[in-house]
Design a protein around this ligand. Structure first.
Ligand SMILES: Cc1cc2nc3c(=O)[nH]c(=O)nc-3n(C[C@H](O)[C@H](O)[C@H](O)COP(=O)(O)O)c2cc1C
Length: 464
């Protein structure tokens, strides 16, 4: 399946039983979180993974919870990229624990295998301090974009959940809730054999672990933020999901069009490059320098179109297929005036908010870096958090961040599939909202990605 088709494919239906094999799990783990590149530098070697990650600090781990699979015994496993191995933490079928902790969500109940993604804060927080809390969602989102595309190509149903009992997942994986946090759960496959009831007891895990560094700094804001959005019982999760589904019927009000409209002109399935998703993931990196050359309108149209065709997730629905709005600063796209735009998702069109050359402003918004000023287009994801929190309670914050980051990850893959470059970016939150206001007033920035043509790299190391 061509990469762009994989990125935009709807999750396969869970009509027939799909039993993952260890080969399939190996492919999914590798293409989502495996080591795909190594780069030497005078002080040593840097290992890069399949998905982009703030600071290349790779604080998100994958865990597998499965029943008996054709060639893998039931258990709870940790995926270790460094030696490309699964390490068994528990023997036995614990899927029932996750099915209950997920409030009985059918895709998890029917899944032969479930992946849990969890962050170890300190691996990111030593550099980014409390802001690492958002990076949990950003860096999980890029992994999930790869995972969903990889699963779709293999016809394996996969669905993302943010609603689960945090403490139960911590206990099952042996996570230290002061230092680690489960971020998302992904059901994989369908038509699971019955999960044994009751599940085996969850004894505490007593593996010896190596300290990450001599000392660690605690950032209480991260713990507070996580606790404030935690769900505490199976009943609370089930009620949360019911409430979210009920509210999904209330259609979001999109403001009337005020600016000039540019309908997208994306490449069709027959016109997209044929390169596979596997090859694109192996080739993907973050562009360190953009050339300021224009990309075509078909290219930006194709990227936006493919990245926004929906995600199978417990916080999204047909009526509301995203919790984020896309705002763009266009610097150099053929047949499109430079300026600030709003993506009218339902109409598949860009609305011009203000025309002009905003390279200097974009450079500032992206923390004074060259990348957002030199690329062809900056795509900002903004969420109306008050509306999201009203619908989902505090858990909505996690959902909004993850929603943006998965689409951001899809934009990364789409750019590389078209032979272009991309880079995630950090930003000044309020200045971005101000820049796109009054249209964006009241919204908060969740994610930023720069797209464009990569310049020939200057020699030297510029990794982080
Ligand atoms: C959400 C996000 C934000 C990022 N922010 C920046 C940034 O502000 N500046 C930058 O140069 N790179 C940024 N990056 C790129 C990372 O440094 C890069 O992903 C990491 O070094 C791994 O390299 P790779 O993407 O080439 O595999 C960001 C990446 C992500 C996913």
């Amino acid at each position: 399946m061509p990469a762009l088709q994989a990125v935009s494919a709807a999750a396969p239906l869970a009509d027939n039983p799909v039993m993952p094999t260890s080969q399939l799990l190996a492919e999914i783990c590798f293409l989502s979180a495996g080591i795909t590149r190594r780069r030497s530098y005078p002080g040593g070697e840097i290992l890069f993974r399949a998905a982009a990650c703030t600071g290349a600090l790779y604080h998100i781990d994958l865990y597998l919870v499965c029943g008996d699979l054709p060639d893998l015994e039931a258990g709870v496993y940790h995926f270790a990229p460094q030696d490309f191995a699964l390490r068994r933490l528990r023997k036995g079928d614990y899927r029932g624990v996750l099915a209950r902790a997920g409030g009985g969500e059918p895709s998890v109940v029917n899944a032969p295998c479930v992946i849990v993604c969890a962050s170890t804060y300190w691996r990111n927080a030593w550099k980014y301090q409390a802001r690492a809390y958002r990076h949990c969602y950003w860096d999980n989102g890029t992994i999930l974009a790869n995972l969903l595309a990889t699963a779709a190509t293999r016809n394996v149903p996969a669905r993302v959940l943010v609603g689960f009992v945090d403490a139960t997942v911590n206990q099952l994986l042996g996570l230290d809730s002061n230092r680690e946090a489960p971020v998302s759960i992904i059901s994989l496959g369908s038509g699971s054999p019955e999960t044994p009831e009751p599940s085996p007891p969850i004894e505490s895990l007593t593996f010896e672990t190596l300290p990450l560094s001599k000392t660690e700094v605690d950032y209480p804001e991260m713990r507070a933020m996580h606790e404030a959005s935690s769900l505490e019982s199976d009943e609370e999760v089930a009620a949360w999901r019911r409430e979210a589904e009920r509210n999904a019927g209330r259609r979001k009000v999109v403001g009337a069009k005020e600016g000039r409209l540019f309908p997208l002109r994306p490449l069709s399935d027959g016109e997209i490059p044929r390169e596979s998703i596997e090859d694109v993931i192996m080739r993907r990196g973050s562009t360190r320098q953009f050339s300021r050359e224009p990309i075509s309108f078909a290219e930006i149209s194709t990227m936006l179109d493919r990245a926004t065709r929906g995600i199978s997730a417990d916080f999204l629905s047909q009526t509301e297929p995203s919790l984020n709005d896309l705002y763009l600063i266009v610097h150099a796209v053929e047949d499109l005036p430079s300026g600030a735009y709003y993506f009218r998702r339902e109409e598949r069109a860009l609305e011009l908010l203000k025309e002009g050359d905003f390279r200097r402003e974009a450079g500032h918004l992206g923390l004074g870096q060259e990348i957002p000023a030199d690329c062809s287009v900056d795509v900002f994801f903004l969420a109306d958090l008050s509306r999201t929190l009203e619908r989902f309670g505090n858990r909505g914050y996690r959902a909004a961040q993850l929603d943006a980051a998965i689409m951001g990850g899809k934009l990364y893959l789409s750019a590389y599939a078209l032979g272009l470059g991309a880079s995630g970016l950090t930003f000044f939150d309020d200045d971005v909202t101000d820049f796109f206001s009054p249209h964006a007033a009241g919204k908060s920035v969740m994610f930023l990605i720069a797209l464009g043509k990569s310049a020939k790299r200057k020699k030297g190391l510029n990794v982080l």
